[in-house]
Design a protein around this ligand. Structure first.
Ligand SMILES: Cc1cc2nc3c(=O)[nH]c(=O)nc-3n(C[C@H](O)[C@H](O)[C@H](O)COP(=O)(O)O)c2cc1C
Ligand SMILES: [Mn+2]
Length: 488
C-alpha cells in the first residue's frame, strides 16, 4: 500500500526508529543546517525540528538519508527492484495461451496506476491564501554562511509545455528574494527551463506550482532523469503502484499532488532575470551568482498543521547521495535496453553523481569501450559525466579498490584515453566556460591484438582451485578467524 501522504511515511519512520523529533528551539538560519549536516554524514535518522525560532511550522530534514529509508520510501527491499519491475513490463510477450492471458490481467490492471487521477477535494488546499500570499511564515532554511538568503531545497516544480500541455516535474531549488518572489534555479538543460524557453519565445509568462512534501515517492520522482516527454507523476504512479491523486490549482492551470503539505502557485515572468546565488551546493562549493528567472506568487495553499521538508546539500556525502543511488539502480536496466553490454555502473557519491561513471562492460569487439563512452555521453543527463572509466565485465565497479587497481593497471594514457568537448553540468566550476567544457574517458579493459596490442597481455593472478578447496576444508581448524577483531 502506497503511503497516503508524508505524515504516513513519518509515522512509519518513527515506528522503525528512523526519525527523531527535536524539541530544542533552533534557528532556521544555519543551526538546523549544521545539525542536519552532522547527522547526514553519519547516515543518522530523519530529523523533525518541532520548534523553529520565529516560525510556527516544523521542519523535516534528512528524510531520505540512508539506504534503509530510501528503500522504505520506495517500499522496496532493495533499490534494484523498481528497475527489475520496469523490465518485467517491457519484456511482456503477447500471451499465447489462455493461462498466459489470465496471468497478464493483474499486470494490465497495474497499468491503471500509471495515470494520475484528479480529485476535487485535497488536504493540500485546506488553507488557501489568495490575498497577498506571503512566504514569511514558512521556515525556509539558510543552509551555509555565504548563501544569498534562504532557499527552498526540496521542491517539486511543476510546469506544462506551453505547446502540447505535457507536464514536467523537476526538483529545482528556489531562492527567497522577498515575501512574494523566488529565484527559479532550473538549469538550462532541464525540463522546466525548456518549457520556459518556449513560453518566453512567445512573450508569455509560464505558470508554475511549487510543491512541498507530497508522499516520498513523488519527491524522488522529481529528481529522476526521465526522458523529456515522460510525466514524472506517471512514473511515480508506477513506482507506488497506485495512481497519484492530483487537484487543480486555484490560480494557475496546473495540477498538484492532493496529499502535499504546502503549495506555492505563481508565474515565471517572460523577460525577467535576477541574480541568483551564491548557494552552498551539492558539489561541495558555493555555486556563484548567475542570472535566473523569477517566480511571482499568486496563491499559497497548505494543509492544516503543515510540515516543511528541506534537504541540506554540501560536501558529499549528504542526503542526496541516496536519491542519486536510487536513480543509478532504477535506471540501469533501462540504460541496458540501449546498451545491453553494460553489466553494471557506479556513479560514486563523492563525484556528486556526474563527475565519475565507472562501467563494467561485456567487451565484444575492438573499440567497444569507446563506443559505450560515446553512447553514455549522448544519453540524457549522462552527458554530464566528466570521467567515464570502462572496465572488464568481471570487475566489481561498486568496489573502489578494484576500480583504482584496474584503472591504474590497465590504462596506457596515450592509447586508452578519449578526450572530447561538450556540454557540462551547470554547477561545474572547473570548465573554462559555464556549461561548456571537456570530458575524458579511460578504457581500462583488457586490450586485444585487434586494438594494436603487440605484446601479450599478462595473466591475472588466481589460486589453484584444488588448493582453495583443501584450504576451505581445513580453515576452521586453523584458529585464524578467532584472531581477528570482531566486526560490529
Ligand atoms: C536536492 C536536489 C536539488 C536539486 N537542485 C537542482 C536545481 O536547483 N536546479 C536544477 O536544474 N537541477 C537540480 N537538481 C537536479 C534535478 O532535479 C534533476 O536533474 C532532475 O532530473 C530534473 O528533472 P527534469 O529532467 O524533469 O528537468 C536537484 C536535485 C536534487 C536531488
Ligand atoms: Mn522531466
Amino acid at each position: 500500500m502506497a503511503y497516503t501522504d508524508l505524515n504516513a511515511f513519518i509515522q512509519k519512520l518513527e515506528e522503525m526508529g528512523e526519525l527523531i523529533r527535536i524539541r530544542e528551539p533552533l534557528d532556521p538560519y544555519l543551526e538546523i543546517s549544521e545539525i542536519t549536516d552532522r547527522v547526514c554524514k553519519r547516515e543518522g535518522p530523519a530529523l523533525l525540528f518541532e520548534k523553529v525560532k520565529g516560525k510556527e511550522i516544523p521542519v523535516l530534514t534528512n528524510l531520505f538519508g540512508s539506504m534503509k529509508r530510501m528503500c522504505l520510501a520506495l517500499e522496496v527491499e532493495h533499490l534494484d527492484q523498481p528497475g527489475e519491475k520496469i523490465m518485467a513490463w517491457l519484456k511482456t510477450d503477447p500471451p499465447r495461451t489462455l493461462i498466459q492471458k489470465l496471468h497478464l490481467i493483474p499486470r494490465l490492471m497495474g497499468l491503471k496506476a500509471l495515470f494520475p487521477k484528479t480529485v476535487s477535494k485535497a488536504s493540500c488546499q485546506e488553507i488557501v491564501i489568495r490575498e497577498s500570499p506571503d512566504l514569511t511564515p514558512f521556515p525556509i532554511l539558510t543552509t551555509w554562511p555565504l548563501d544569498a538568503g534562504p532557499f527552498i531545497t526540496l521542491p517539486l516544480v511543476i510546469t506544462k509545455d506551453p505547446h502540447n500541455g505535457r507536464r514536467n516535474v523537476g526538483m529545482y531549488r528556489l531562492q527567497v528574494f522577498d515575501h512574494q518572489t523566488l529565484g527559479m534555479h532550473w538549469q538550462t538543460h532541464k525540463g522546466g527551463a525548456q518549457h520556459f524557453r518556449l513560453a518566453e519565445a512567445e512573450g508569455r509568462d509560464l505558470p508554475v506550482a511549487v510543491v512541498l512534501g507530497p508522499d516520498p515517492v513523488l519527491t524522488y520522482a522529481a529528481t529522476a532523469p526521465l526522458p523529456e516527454e515522460m510525466d514524472e507523476f506517471m512514473f511515480a504512479g508506477f513506482l507506488r503502484q497506485e495512481p497519484v491523486q492530483l487537484v487543480k490549482c486555484l490560480t494557475v492551470d496546473l495540477e498538484v499532488p492532493a496529499n502535499a503539505q504546502i503549495v506555492f502557485e505563481g508565474v515565471v515572468k517572460a523577460g525577467e532575470r535576477r541574480p541568483e546565488g551564491p548557494f552552498g551546493d551539492h558539489t561541495g562549493y558555493y555555486s556563484p551568482v548567475d542570472e535566473y528567472p523569477v517566480m511571482h506568487l499568486t496563491c499559497i495553499t497548505h494543509r492544516k498543521n503543515p510540515i516543511y521538508p528541506a534537504t541540506v546539500v554540501g560536501i558529499p556525502p549528504m542526503e542526496d547521495a541516496f536519491l542519486g543511488k536510487a536513480t543509478e539502480r532504477i535506471f540501469l536496466p533501462l540504460l541496458r535496453q540501449t546498451l545491453p553490454e553494460i553489466r553494471d555502473m557506479h556513479l560514486p557519491v563523492a563525484g556528486a553523481f556526474h563527475n565519475f561513471a565507472f562501467v563494467a562492460l561485456d567487451k565484444r569487439y575492438p573499440g567497444h569501450a569507446r563506443k559505450v563512452m560515446q553512447a553514455l555521453w549522448g544519453l540524457g543527463q549522462m552527458m554530464f559525466s566528466k570521467f567515464i572509466v570502462v572496465f572488464d565485465r568481471e570487475i566489481d565497479v561498486q568496489d573502489l579498490n578494484q576500480v583504482l587497481w584496474q584503472w591504474g593497471a590497465n590504462v596506457d594514457p596515450k592509447r586508452d584515453m578519449v578526450l572530447l568537448e561538450g556540454p557540462v553540468d551547470a554547477l561545474d566550476h572547473a570548465s573554462p566556460y559555464p556549461l561548456l567544457g571537456s570530458k575524458i574517458g579511460f578504457d581500462a579493459t583488457t586490450k586485444w591484438a585487434g586494438e594494436g596490442l603487440i605484446r601479450p597481455w599478462p595473466e591475472k593472478i588466481q589460486m589453484d582451485q584444488a588448493v582453495k578447496n583443501r584450504v576451505d576444508q581445513i580453515w576452521p581448524h586453523l584458529g585464524i578467524d578467532h584472531s581477528f577483531p570482531k566486526k560490529s
